[in-house]
Write a protein that binds this ligand. Structure first.
Ligand SMILES: Nc1ncnc2c1ncn2[C@@H]1O[C@H](COP(=O)(O)OP(=O)(O)OP(=O)(O)O)[C@@H](O)[C@H]1O
Ligand SMILES: [Mg+2]
Length: 238
């Protein structure tokens, strides 16, 4: 089976300083993969490299089996998005002055726009009565729902979410993760989730990869790590 997303020996950094070093990982259809690790480990940089915002210095990245060239960053971002890759960055990238419905319909025609809003509300029923509210007035949890809904309305094959839980109550994080699990199960979408709430994400994930100082220290089925806090702690310590 071809992985939806595959990284093979990926290296990347900033201004010649290596930050991600030889990362291998794969996301299969219907899989939820957790990307874990301490602050500064290179998790965000890994996602930025996959989406094409940071150019890799070595290794290959395949989206749906297609190798994407390393040069031409802007072109790479568009090409990866069209290939079915969605990225929800840490800052959520919402427009404070636009409404919930406007976010869901950005870049779509009228007919597709209605379908997009229906899809967003189906995923997160709480967004229904917030359709006409500006994003800047939403709560943190509602903003994250919108950011994820916006990524999912185009039916991407694989979705990367950076720090889904940032600033949110654990209860809300669990609800959001449950929605993603459902989309993975029902539609075969693959997810790569950077997460600090380790126990919560391991509860729903299929596989976990721990990065430390830019290198993969541990890659194992989530079920194995749920009961083995020691293995996980060792990987975090490096
Ligand atoms: N734009 C940048 N320019 C230079 N160095 C950067 C830049 N962004 C990140 N770094 C450095 O790269 C390293 C990895 O950062 P990255 O943001 O990928 O880590 P992270 O695992 O996402 O951490 P966190 O859990 O704190 O979000 C850090 O040492 C960071 O200081
Ligand atoms: Mg980060």
């Amino acid at each position: 089976m071809t992985a939806l997303l595959e990284l093979d020996g990926v290296c990347a950094g900033y201004g010649g300083v290596p930050v991600v070093r030889g990362v291998d990982l794969a996301v299969q259809a219907g899989q939820l993969v957790a990307l874990l690790g301490p602050n500064g480990a290179g998790k965000t940089t890994t996602l930025l490299t996959v989406s094409g915002l940071v150019a890799p210095t070595a290794g290959t990245i395949r989206v749906l089996g297609d190798e994407v060239p390393n040069r031409a960053r802007r072109a790479a971002v568009g090409r990866r998005a069209r290939a079915g890759l969605a990225h929800v960055p840490e800052d959520r990238s919402l427009f404070p002055g636009l409404t919930v419905a406007e976010h869901l319909t950005l870049g779509t025609g009228w007919r597709e726009g209605r379908a997009a809003v229906a899809r967003g509300v189906e995923l997160f029923p709480a967004l229904d009565e917030l359709r006409d509210r500006r994003a800047g007035l939403l709560s943190g949890g509602e903003q994250q729902m919108l950011a994820i809904a916006r990524a999912l309305v185009s039916h991407p094959e694989v979705v990367m979410v950076d720090e889904l839980s940032l600033g949110l109550a654990p209860r809300i994080v669990a609800d959001l993760l449950a929605v993603l699990r459902g989309v993975a199960d029902d539609e075969g979408t693959g997810f790569l989730l950077v997460e600090q709430h380790v126990a919560m994400v391991l509860d729903v994930a299929d596989h976990a990869v721990v990065l430390n100082r830019g290198e993969v220290r541990l890659s194992a089925p989530a079920a194995e790590l749920r009961d083995d806090a020691e293995v996980l702690a060792t990987a975090y310590l490096g």
